[in-house]
Design a protein around this ligand. Structure first.
Ligand code: HEM
Length: 477
């Protein structure tokens, strides 16, 4: 069955090409299609979940078929797939916007008019609104102002507890501060439910395409509808307030939902309600998991690297010197050069965005192989960021490596091309804020520094990184 399945795909490809290309020699990249329907998904899961060596999946292919141009055929998540895992090939796919489109397996989970789901001029239009909203100095100032009270309060409560499960606490505070920034929503039992619903959506996105009662996809769709209802209620409340000239219950003027609702393009056009909602849901979704993971890994590596932590503390203390409050302002950020390197290094070493997906819109040739139309393309970003060819001693946490820019094309932490992370500025800002308050006011110690790492849905220590957490004796927090 295993051999026949691969042969079947190769024969179907060859027949189709012969008809269209009149004898021109074209071929699929090396690799194997695995067993029918399930393909090699089980092998991939095994490397991620059991062996806990995610790049082992790629290494096995390199060993078996050679490095070549860094492309392999496979069958993953229910679809024929080309895996791309070389800086140049990755860049080729991510920058060939006309050839490769983004297709999430269950598009409705993120919202059909979400930036993640639209292409071409529609994508440019919506991305324009989102990026403009994020980059307005007023928005950035407000993000810094709105995120900090939440963070400061959470850190105090951790110190009161004395011991924390870092993954759980960091995720909670990053979710709360993200909701605060996006829709001025304060922590409540509802926000706890929303966190669970986002987890359900994530489960649906990575599940097999089976929508039956009890499946992850079915559950994900239910969670998506519940989230949509919460955000829709909030949006309607704001619209009614404007319509009837009512004073708002909360001061939400400066949050990102208002920014998106008000933003106009050059023709004076605004986003529709559905576009605002789909994008808010997917931005919160895209944002908080990744930021939580980056903060967790920064705290983890800093706990193991006292010299780096001391340098970070010195810089952050210098920034706060002479100020009446420890709150960061936007003007402080450019001065925090070492902190910026710590942020970058934490994101690199944790490999927060391990891979991204595309679909070939037409047959595309690269390096003597054809990526067939309609096939899924998995761009494997993670291996490059921990490859000794591009990053010296790649598994060492060393913020100083960012004193020099990495080799051209080998930094794809936030992707490449027209879909480069739209929230990278927001991510860096939120992580910087967290590190500022952590390093200035607290000390922490890993209680199980040798715990293994799990990689799904985000890389994190298996035990969630329990830590002893205390206020510094010099703290003014
Ligand atoms: C450390 C944190 C983060 C990392 C490593 C990261 C990484 C990435 C990567 C690799 C992509 C490219 C996806 C692709 O090419 O298909 C991406 C896209 C995106 N990210 Fe992030 N991201 C982070 C945080 C955030 C945050 C905080 C937000 C927003 C709140 C965000 C919003 C987005 C959006 C909207 C896109 C899609 C852009 C488009 O399609 O035009 N990300 N991110």
């Amino acid at each position: 069955v295993w051999r026949c399945n691969d042969a079947w795909y190769c024969a179907a490809f060859a027949l189709r090409q012969r008809r269209w290309r009149r004898g021109r020699h074209v071929r699929l990249p090396p690799g194997h299609m695995g067993i029918p329907f399930f393909g090699e998904t089980a092998a991939l899961s095994w490397y991620f979940k059991v062996a806990r060596r995610p790049d082992g999946f790629i290494e096995a292919r390199k060993k078996r078929y050679g490095e070549g141009v860094g492309m392999y055929r496979s069958h993953l998540f229910g679809r024929p797939t080309i895996i791309v895992c070389d800086p140049a090939a990755n860049k080729f796919v991510l920058q060939s916007h006309d050839n490769f489109w983004l297709r999430w397996p269950a598009r409705d989970l993120l919202g059909l008019s979400s930036m993640f789901n639209v292409e071409g001029s529609m994508h440019r239009r919506i991305r324009g609104y989102v990026v403009a909203t994020f980059s307005k100095p007023r928005s950035r100032r407000n993000i810094a102002r709105m995120a900090q009270p939440c963070v400061v309060e959470a850190l105090r409560s951790w110190a009161d507890k004395g011991t924390i499960i870092a993954a759980k606490e960091i995720r909670k505070v990053m979710f709360e501060s993200t909701l605060e920034i996006f829709i001025s929503m304060k922590a409540s039992p509802l926000t706890e439910k929303m966190d669970k619903w986002f987890v359900g959506v994530l489960g649906g996105l990575t599940a097999l395409p089976l929508d039956l009662p009890g499946t992850a996809l079915n559950h994900g769709r239910k969670c998506r509808r519940r989230l949509h209802a919460v955000f829709e209620k909030e949006l309607q409340k704001r619209k009614n307030n404007v319509k009837w000239g009512l004073a708002a219950e909360e001061d939400y003027d400066d949050d990102l939902m208002s920014g998106l609702m008000e933003m106009e393009d050059e023709q004076g056009e605004k986003l529709s309600d559905e576009e605002v909602l789909d994008n808010i849901v997917s931005l919160v979704f895209g944002g908080y998991e990744s930021i939580s993971s980056a903060v967790l890994w920064a705290a983890y590596h800093l706990a193991k690297s006292p010299v780096i932590l001391a340098k970070l503390r010195n810089e952050n203390a210098a920034v706060s010197e002479g100020k009446s409050s420890n709150f960061l302002t936007l003007d402080d950020i450019p001065k925090m050069k070492y902190t910026a390197k710590v942020v970058e290094e934490a994101i690199r070493l944790a490999n927060i965005a391990p891979m991204v997906h595309r679909v070939a819109y037409r047959d595309v040739e690269y390096g003597g192989y054809t990526i067939p139309q309609g096939w899924q393309v998995v761009v494997w970003l993670r291996a490059m960021h921990i490859d000794a060819k591009y990053y010296q001693d790649p598994l060492i946490f060393n913020p100083d490596r960012w004193n020099e820019p990495p080799m051209a094309g080998t930094n794809q932490l936030f992707g490449a091309g027209n879909r480069t992370c739209a929230g990278n500025m927001l991510a860096r800002l939120q992580i910087t804020i967290m590190l500022h308050h952590l390093s200035l006011g607290y000390e922490w110690e890993l209680l199980n520094p040798d715990a293994g790492v799990k990689y799904i849905p985000q890389p994190m220590p298996v035990d969630g990184a329990p830590m002893a957490f205390h206020r510094l004796s010099t703290s003014t927090q």
